[in-house]
Design a binder for this molecule. Sequence first.
Ligand SMILES: *[C@@H]1O[C@H](CO)[C@@H](O)[C@H](O)[C@H]1NC(C)=O
Ligand SMILES: *[C@@H]1O[C@H](CO)[C@@H](O)[C@H](O)[C@H]1NC(C)=O
Ligand SMILES: *[C@@H]1O[C@H](CO)[C@@H](O)[C@H](O)[C@H]1NC(C)=O
Ligand SMILES: *[C@@H]1O[C@H](CO)[C@@H](O)[C@H](O)[C@H]1NC(C)=O
Ligand SMILES: *[C@@H]1O[C@H](CO)[C@@H](O)[C@H](O)[C@H]1NC(C)=O
Ligand SMILES: *[C@@H]1O[C@H](CO)[C@@H](O)[C@H](O)[C@H]1NC(C)=O
Length: 579
Amino acid sequence: MIMLPRKILIWVHLFLLICPNLFLLSNSKLDSYSYLAAKKKRMSEKVRKMFYHAYDNYMMHAFPHDELKPLTKEFTDSLTELGNLKLEHQPEHYNGSALSLIESLSSLVILGNFTEFEKGVSWLSENLTFDVDARINLFECNIRVLGGLVSAHILATDSTNRLVQGTYKNQLLDLAEDLGRRFLRAFDTPTGLPYAWINLKYGVMENETTETSTSGCGSLILEMGALSRLTGDPRFEYAALRALRKLWSMRSSLNLLGTTLDVVTGEWIEYSAGIGAGVDSFYEYLIKAYILFGRDEFWRMFQSAYIAVQKYFRYGPWYHEADMRTGKPTYWQLTSLQAFWPGLQVLVGDVPAANLSHREFYHIWNKFGVLPERYLLDHQMLHPTEKYYPLRPELVESTFYLYQATKDPWYIEVGESIMDSLNLYTKVEGGYASIRDVTTMQLEDHQHSFFLSETCKYLYLLFDGTFLVNHNYIFTTEGHPLPILSSWQERFPDTYNSNNWTSTKYEKQVKRLSAMSMQVCPATTLNHGQDERVESACHVLDSRADHRCFDDDDCGVDSSNCRRRSCSMAGYCGQWLVT
Ligand SMILES: *[C@@H]1O[C@H](CO)[C@@H](O)[C@H](O)[C@H]1NC(C)=O
Ligand SMILES: *[C@@H]1O[C@H](CO)[C@@H](O)[C@H](O)[C@H]1NC(C)=O
Ligand SMILES: *[C@@H]1O[C@H](CO)[C@@H](O)[C@H](O)[C@H]1NC(C)=O
Ligand SMILES: *[C@@H]1O[C@H](CO)[C@@H](O)[C@H](O)[C@H]1NC(C)=O
Ligand SMILES: *[C@@H]1O[C@H](CO)[C@@H](O)[C@H](O)[C@H]1NC(C)=O
Ligand SMILES: *[C@@H]1O[C@H](CO)[C@@H](O)[C@H](O)[C@H]1NC(C)=O
């Protein structure tokens, strides 16, 4: 294992481990201009104000209900509405779960407000219960509530002693465990794939729909895995792992997955998929699960899945959808959720490709002032109905990752411009409102909880990365930090038995912190024949920094188009000879 300077962030860190000689970017490039430092300080103060404007209004007008309606200064008990487009089966007596408070806890810690964090923790300890007659979406409840609680528990108990000594007795973990047990009932299906919906009090309802999404089955492993590691009860991790494995076994021969499926029959319902809604966090959780738990299995899945995405969905900087069976393009649409992808590419080390796509998303942001939910790439126009912008974080999230990897001050400018747009278009007296139509900037009376857990957090971390210094974290898809611990990098048995959860023991093995370094870069096997398209999950540098070469073997792979560069007559690596 190579020695690395401290103070660099985990993704850079990991990538140096995966591809030590391929990482182009200098992490020692400090912010050399004090004006940049001063600007970042100013910006971070502005974000702090944004967060408190959103948070204080929630606490004043909506808490302990789920989310704030900033225009009317009212509340909505929206946990039961998340993902529920037709608003079916709404409970009569559900009074909220303080969702926005749970989502704010890790942000409060990052902002350094431990007193408010502590207040929140003690309120939840005493007053939160999941024994409520509420039908919730497993995916949403997992990333927002379980993830929020698990992350806050870790932040409350880590060595920084943020809470008054002795006041914290794992209450958040107890709540998380209680919630996790309720989740387990969703996994009781012939396939092990979980139902999309459960009633927190009564479990899966009679006649419940068996349809779910790829994200719904494949984005549980971080939170449920962390819960197992923290409680010592392996059932959560097993359930999530089993579902993920089943899902992966349903991939096509092209290594593509669809968007929706049936949890009882294990058959696909919607064969078209991309990297946006319904699928996005499946990819994200494969790589992040690998980082968090160090299982090679996750890396192998991720690598195949990532390569398939680059091969079948990518068109220049854009990603369209394709049919999982044929790889043929289906929808040429940009969706705002896709904007997380450049951030994921930074984790993988594919920085040039990330930069390229990020610029295109930012271009669309600039065109409208914010990112519309759906944009038709083939017609260069907005989708006729999905013109909204619900304060989504994905673009600023990617901006944050790219800045961490490159320290290019341009990304600070991007962050500033995003922040200014948010304040210009969405700030109202009672908080931050969603945009219903980006052509008119008409507002909608809803402040989503992810504005607190993600949008404000990533903006703040872009300008002030203090929280990350000397700590290695990954962020869940809802922006909740989980620490990378060597004690979690242990192997679980490959076999599991859903009928006898409790019998399976952790199989402690030698810690394998260097798992990453044992991975080879996937782009090294090149086909020298006619097909010059290289399946590349990370770029390969030319052998010389000045790009001089004697023959093709001196040239690397261009990650922005997955093509191998070749050596020109004049002795430079380039793409001109590639047909
Ligand atoms: C929710 O609030 C209403 C009105 O305050 C109250 O009547 C009802 O009992 C509450 N429901 C529960 C489950 O606490
Ligand atoms: C923490 O948050 C509370 C509630 O917004 C606020 O009153 C307090 O001033 C904050 N403390 C710090 C140190 O920012
Ligand atoms: C629990 O809720 C009640 C009613 O809102 C409140 O009076 C009490 O202070 C809360 N507990 C804590 C620890 O905040
Ligand atoms: C479930 O569906 C069946 C058939 O449609 C129906 O007869 C039954 O009443 C339903 N049960 C409930 C609890 O809705
Ligand atoms: C990102 O792209 C821009 C424009 O193509 C380029 O000038 C810049 O150097 C790129 N940055 C990185 C880190 O690749
Ligand atoms: C569960 O596993 C334990 C230990 O392997 C075994 O003793 C027990 O009989 C098993 N229970 C069932 C129901 O299979």
